[in-house]
Design a protein around this ligand. Structure first.
Ligand code: PAF
Length: 286
């Protein structure tokens, strides 16, 4: 079993010893638990590039707004520990709320520009909460590298800016989205889906294939592609609402004309579950 730390002081002391005295490198896989094959891929990348791999497991209340799924977010530390053991993780850091936030934090991270679109527009305060906890995790664990999935593409871009703008001493390593064989992007929130809802959720992936086909046929107008995606999604009974469908460049700037390697990003409600996914045109495969 990996070593389990529940307190940041223990985690910090461990990291200090490994890094300063033993000169070992640390890779961090930050998660909110309920691990799946997407997390396994992050862990494997980390194990290839670092002497030690730490997985953090913490459902961060700061990044959930009132009425979101904080309370029902799936939690199962025993199950996560077994997965980490199978993957040869060295340390699991699963702090308690009291340890992470002994009192309501007065300081938080504000991000301007990158977060007023897409997820940031629909989840105000979300990225401030993400950046605050990620910065705390970096300070406690002191990783040399940290691994973030492209599934949460805007999060990846925001964390890259956090590191750049605050000159943090960690390399952010992006890792490709992992999909089930039928194309559904892996997410802990997929556990909310009934089998009929899961079937409807496949429309997200299939809408990317539709867009690929239209683009190959020469349709380059982003509004046209976005409209085709929306109509396709809404033609599925289980798809209740679309928050957004956007086509951007690699830095999340909206495009009017689709280019090679543009990215489609979307957020869709299937029943009571909000799913996000994204796709780099011409570059993805399952
Ligand atoms: O992507 C996640 O699981 C979370 O947003 C993260 C990065 C662990 C911060 O809580």
């Amino acid at each position: 079993m990996p070593t389990l730390f529940r307190k940041s002081r223990e985690m910090r002391n461990y990291s200090r010893l490994q890094k300063c005295e033993k000169r070992l490198t640390i890779g961090l896989v930050p998660t909110m638990g309920y691990l799946h094959d997407g997390h396994r891929r992050l862990i494997r990348e980390s194990k290839m590039q670092n002497d030690l791999t730490v997985v953090s497991i913490y459902v961060n209340p700061l990044q959930f707004a009132e009425g979101e799924d904080y309370d029902r977010y799936p939690r199962d530390l025993q199950r996560d520990m077994s997965i980490c053991e199978e993957e040869g993780v060295d340390v699991v850091f699963a702090p308690t709320d009291e340890d992470m936030y002994p009192e309501k934090p007065l300081v938080s991270i504000e991000i301007n520009g990158l977060t007023d679109v897409l997820e940031g527009k629909f989840r105000p305060g979300h990225f401030s909460g993400v950046c605050t906890v990620v910065l705390k995790l970096f300070n406690i664990i002191q990783p040399d590298r940290a691994y973030f999935g492209e599934k949460d593409y805007q999060q990846l871009k925001v964390v890259e800016r956090l590191v750049k703008d605050l000159s943090l001493n960690v390399d952010i390593v992006p890792v490709k989205t992992v999909r089930d064989l039928d194309g559904l992007a892996l997410s802990s929130r997929n556990s909310y889906l009934s089998s009929e809802e899961r079937e409807s959720a496949l429309s997200l992936y299939r809408s990317f294939l539709l867009a690929e086909r239209l683009i190959k046929e020469g349709k380059k107008d982003a509004s046209f592609i976005k409209q085709a995606i929306k109509e396709f999604l809404l033609s599925h009974d289980g798809v209740r609402k679309i928050d957004y469908v956007e086509i951007t460049d690699e830095n999340l700037r909206p495009l009017e004309t689709v280019e090679e390697s543009s990215r489609i990003l979307l957020a869709v409600w299937v029943g009571n579950t909000r799913l996000i996914d994204n796709w780099r045109i011409g570059c993805e495969q399952v």
